[in-house]
Design a protein around this ligand. Structure first.
Ligand SMILES: NC(=O)C1=CN([C@@H]2O[C@H](COP(=O)(O)OP(=O)(O)OC[C@H]3O[C@@H](n4cnc5c(N)ncnc54)[C@H](OP(=O)(O)O)[C@@H]3O)[C@@H](O)[C@H]2O)C=CC1
Ligand SMILES: CC(C)(CO)C(=O)C(=O)O
Length: 309
């Protein structure tokens, strides 16, 4: 299968490397020093599941050099999806499958504003990974997993094809009954911890040990649930409890990727997380005061970070 990974960071780099390791022709869109290092010495992966170095079919920053892929994995940030979708229009055919792996609740909608619905699946992933240095991805913790499906939850032939591909690459995956619910379950967890993590700048274990911050996280998640329910996403108390079990089980020192971006002064996904909940809340007539407080506090830092773009 001809695979393109667009964005060779923590997520794209990890899953792309595993697909290349299992014998697929994998090309990467990358840029800067990371691209140069990958071209020169291949893509190194240091992983709790075993270290590898792979030599991709092609590493480039120029989409025009890439032929038409069968599958495109999207490894960029959620706020970069619209720009990337416009680029992809140049190379996809009616059969190309586009699979987003981003955090966030509206990635499918962002993509299908620009790409034909027929090309796009809905998806997300779990992993803790990042670019440790140019040419090298570090997978530090979390059993990597991709959750994906057709937006209408049908069981199509292409879902079976990609499932086989992931099985052969020993990538754990799930085709859920309701992909939108899975996206919101992950969103509930990640949005609850990321904003407060970005504000406090401490790891999840420290946040959960503060009774005040723990209660703030509870309020954040209750607001997310209300917005989800108004959009007919059946998030319920059990999902909130499970999200908090995950929060309780995070090892000492764990931070979320968006929190790390905020702490490092980089552009973050805050607009797509707490910002999204605030905007959807306003649109649907649902009050979201805690998400608004978090968002408004972080917005100014975000504006500062984006001046560097
Ligand atoms: N990392 C993690 O542990 C997890 C992340 N996620 C989600 O996955 C998504 C990706 O995150 P993550 O992998 O951490 O992000 P990274 O920043 O590590 O990777 C994104 C990569 O895409 C590159 N990129 C962006 N735009 C372009 C472009 N136009 N051309 C070439 N390269 C480009 C970036 O390059 P540059 O740095 O130059 O901008 C960067 O190397 C996010 O939505 C995140 O929330 C989900 C689960 C876990
Ligand atoms: C919390 C985690 C690690 C789970 O995959 C994640 O999604 C992130 O850091 O963005």
């Amino acid at each position: 299968m001809k695979i393109l990974v667009y964005g060779a960071g923590g997520v794209g780099g990890y899953f792309g490397a595993r697909l290349a390791e299992s014998g697929n022709k994998v090309s990467f869109i990358a840029r800067g020093e990371h691209m140069r290092a990958m071209k020169e010495s291949g893509l190194q992966l240091e992983s709790i599941n075993g270290d590898i170095t792979v030599h991709p079919e092609l590493v480039t920053n120029d989409i025009n050099k890439v032929g038409t892929p069968d599958l495109i994995l999207l490894g960029v940030k959620s706020w970069q999806l619209s720009e990337v979708a416009s680029e992809l229009k140049k190379i996809i055919s009616k059969d190309t499958i586009v699979l987003p792996l981003q955090n966030g609740a509206d990635n499918y909608e962002k993509l299908t504003e620009i790409l034909p619905k027929e090309n796009v699946l809905a998806g997300l992933c779990f992993i803790v990974s990042y670019i440790e240095k140019p040419g090298k991805i570090k997978h530090a913790s979390f059993e990597p997993r991709i959750v994906f499906g057709e937006a209408d939850n049908s069981q199509s032939e292409r879902i079976s094809i990609i499932s086989n591909l992931f099985s052969e690459a020993r990538i754990d995956f799930l085709n859920p009954e309701n992909i939108q619910l899975e996206i919101w379950k992950k969103f509930l967890f990640i949005c609850t911890i990321s904003g407060i993590g970005g504000l406090t700048r401490v790891s999840i274990d420290k946040i959960r040990n503060s009774a005040y911050l723990f209660d703030l996280m509870k309020q954040t998640s209750a607001e997310i649930r209300s917005v989800a329910n108004a959009k007919d996403i059946p998030l319920n108390n059990e999902h909130i409890e499970k999200a908090f079990q995950i929060i309780e089980n995070q090892p000492q020192g764990t931070t979320a990727s968006t929190q790390r971006d905020i702490m490092e002064g980089k552009p973050s996904e805050i607009e797509n997380f707490n910002g999204y909940i605030v905007r959807e809340g306003e649109r649907l007539g649902i009050k979201t005061p805690v998400n608004k407080m978090i968002y408004e506090c972080l917005k100014l830092m975000e504006e500062q970070a984006r001046k560097t773009l």
